[in-house]
Design a protein around this ligand. Structure first.
Ligand code: DSN
Length: 417
């Protein structure tokens, strides 16, 4: 049902929603951690479950009237187990950060040592960065990528695990474009007698489609968000062995969160239903093909990519040889109608607010129906915008061409505000 002045008599709010719909429709969405949910997921996410409190778990709630919430949560859990083949899942995390927090709290005590991938090399804030709860509560150590290959330095990982005896090793990150060797991580974790946690937020959709090695059951705990390649609503999941189920569940509720957002759990279930369809594999294949085609185009245009390319949905462009910062590139692209984000590249000398890199992802554009030949056009827009950064007139003209181009890929055609 479209929102109209009759059922949403708040013109100020509707104007903002209308502007955001327009932004999403007419710009090229290339933030690697974003995607577009289906219209079904969008609508299910706005259901009457938003009204329901259901602290606890199916069959064991702290409120009455939870029979439908129980059925919903059980369905969502069953779909995760079917997709990923895990023994247990908690579908309640509000986001990746709370999933990671609960995962840590389930087996660690404040002051314990953890070993994660350096944020500067493609890791994530919650894997031990000092500004996050993880860096404040735990003793942190980091591994990174090798300078020559820009691939994870497994020797450094092993050496740091041996020296620091961490209680948990964390694999996964938010700007690493390559496949991760979970067998090696397991080996290192076993030698150090550490728990292995994999944060598969970025590549969960690829794992679901069998296009990325599965961290299950190699990791003790696997966390993910649901809104990146998995193409669900904003939220998180924690997957684990049965033996850790109670520890994990107790840390999500009551440890870290209160009542689950059941309307979001409904949308997660809807998205997971889509992920069980054969078309989801085709979609994920196209995501990777599109990223690889974009990579080839950018390399041909003279850009250096971290690690030389990608195995996934994301590309990290090193702008250092172009005398361009990540912040400047992000701004130029935004002006040209392309949304992406600045990102540190390994061994970056710029600070986090500036950076020397640009992170690009193809999950959202692929959802809109972009194929390889469309990525050629997207690459053309990106290259032109980066070459002409700072030239307002030229960037505005690119934006007009981008707007025209996007109209061939309708987004939420039935949605109006
Ligand atoms: N902020 C997400 C990303 O952009 O990768 C990770 O949480």
């Amino acid at each position: 049902m479209p929102l109209t002045a009759d059922n949403c008599p708040d013109p100020q709010l509707m104007a903002i929603l209308r502007k955001e719909l327009r932004r999403q429709r007419f710009k090229l969405e290339m933030i690697a951690s974003e995607n577009f949910v289906s219209e079904a997921v969008l609508r299910i996410g706005a259901s009457v479950f938003t009204n329901k409190y259901s602290e606890g778990y199916p069959g064991n709630r702290y409120y009455g009237g939870c029979e439908n919430a129980d059925e919903l949560e059980s369905l969502c859990q069953a779909r995760v187990r079917k997709i990923f083949g895990c023994e247990h899942v908690n579908v309640q995390p509000h986001c990746g950060s709370s999933a990671n927090m609960a995962a840590f709290f389930s087996v660690l005590q404040p002051g314990d040592a953890i070993l994660g991938m350096s944020l500067a090399h493609g890791g994530h804030l919650t894997h031990g960065a000092p500004v996050s709860f993880s860096g404040r509560l735990f003793k942190t150590e980091f591994y990174g990528v090798r300078e020559d290959t820009e691939l994870i330095d497994y020797d450094e990982l092993a050496a740091k695990a041996e020296a620091g005896r961490p209680k948990m090793i964390i694999a996964g990150g938010s700007a690493y474009p390559r496949v991760i060797d979970f067998d090696k991580f397991r080996e290192v974790a076993d030698r150090a007698k550490a728990f292995l946690m994999v944060d598969m937020a970025h590549f969960a959709g690829l794992v679901a489609a069998g296009l990325f090695p599965s961290p299950i059951p190699k990791a003790d705990i696997v966390t993910t968000t649901t809104h990146k390649t998995l193409r669900g609503p904003r939220g998180g999941l924690i997957l684990c062995r049965k033996s850790l189920a109670k520890l994990i569940d107790d840390q999500i509720f009551p440890g870290v969160q209160g009542g689950p957002l059941m309307h979001v759990v409904a949308a997660k279930a809807a998205a997971l239903g889509e992920a069980l369809e054969p078309e989801f594999i085709d979609y994920q294949r196209q995501v990777v093909k599109n990223a690889q085609r974009l990579a080839v185009n950018l390399i041909d245009a003279g850009f250096r990519l971290v690690s030389g390319g990608t195995d996934t949905h994301l590309i990290l462009v090193d702008l250092r040889s172009k005398n361009l910062t990540g912040a400047c590139a992000e701004k130029a692209l935004d002006q040209a109608g392309i949304t992406a984000n600045k990102n540190a590249v390994p061994f970056d000398r710029q600070n986090y607010a500036i950076t020397s890199g640009l992170r690009l992802g193809t999950a959202a554009l692929t959802t809109r129906g972009f194929k390889e030949e469309d990525m050629d056009k997207v690459a053309e827009f990106i290259v032109e915008a980066l070459r002409h950064h700072g030239e307002d007139g030229r960037l505005n003209k690119i934006r007009q061409r981008v707007e025209e181009f996007t109209q061939a890929f309708p987004l939420y055609p039935n949605l109006e505000f």
